[in-house]
Design a binder for this molecule. Structure first.
Ligand SMILES: [Zn+2]
Length: 238
């Protein structure tokens, strides 16, 4: 085997994903087009405007962050992951199977494994980073795509004890994603959703507000809510 000549030009790296998804004219939660700028938060230089839906009061950044963009990492994120895992442990004991949706490099399963050494973690992500996570042994099975993709939902039907949705704010259709998450939970399984800004250690409104709509949606779907109504973290039993 011959080494490539030293003057060989390395292949160009793929371009990074755009930081933002396209600007939205409608509310991701209810589809209403009656949007207004948030009166509480003025525009922050370098950050997309925060807009509020006049019909359901869902607040979101517009344009929203790109779903394929690398998520924030670091100590605040790991701290939030630890709290989320402890909440699961407290309410449902040690699950056998857990699907982390939007797992990226499997940060959550890596943190969770210290508390749940016998749980089998699978990961789903829009990017191929989840395949790297599987190759590194951080998840057992890796799925590339959206939870709402019919072939993924059908394949994973009623399979998991726990499903975590920690990036619901990046979903173009959060309600459809919630329904898909319930679909892949076994009866009696637990859904974990965290609506807080993962970079913020302290909870700040209005990023916490979607929890109200989440609770309403989950109750309507027949789930039992296990967490207090004031928090940003929602744990529900199917
Ligand atoms: Zn709305």
């Amino acid at each position: 085997m011959t080494a490539p000549p030293s003057s060989a030009v390395p292949p160009a790296a793929p371009p990074p994903p755009p930081p933002h998804a396209p600007h939205r004219e409608d509310c991701p939660w209810c589809g209403s087009r009656r949007l207004r700028s948030s009166p509480r938060r003025g525009p922050v230089p370098g950050r997309p405007a925060l807009v509020v839906c006049r019909d359901c009061r869902h607040a979101f950044r517009n344009p929203p962050p790109s779903p394929g963009l690398q998520r924030p990492e670091g100590r605040p994120v790991r701290f939030r992951h630890r709290l989320a895992v402890r909440a699961v442990l407290r309410h449902c004991g040690e699950p056998e199977s857990w699907l982390d949706v939007g797992t990226g490099d499997a940060e959550l399963p890596r943190t969770a494994r210290r508390f749940l050494p016998y749980t089998a973690f699978d990961g789903l992500d829009l990017t191929h980073r989840v395949l790297r996570a599987r190759a590194a042994g951080h998840v057992e099975e890796a799925y590339v795509g959206r939870l709402t993709d019919p072939h993924i939902t059908a394949r994973l039907r009623a399979r998991y004890d726990v499903v975590s949705l920690l990036h619901l704010d990046r979903s173009p259709d959060p309600r459809a994603e919630l329904r898909a998450a319930l679909h892949v939970l076994r009866p009696g399984g637990h859904l974990l959703v965290d609506t807080a800004d993962p970079r913020a250690l302290l909870l700040t409104a209005p990023t916490a507000r979607p929890a109200t709509r989440l609770r309403t949606e989950l109750t309507a779907a027949g789930c039992t809510l296990l967490t207090t109504p004031t928090g940003h973290r929602v744990l529900a039993r199917r």
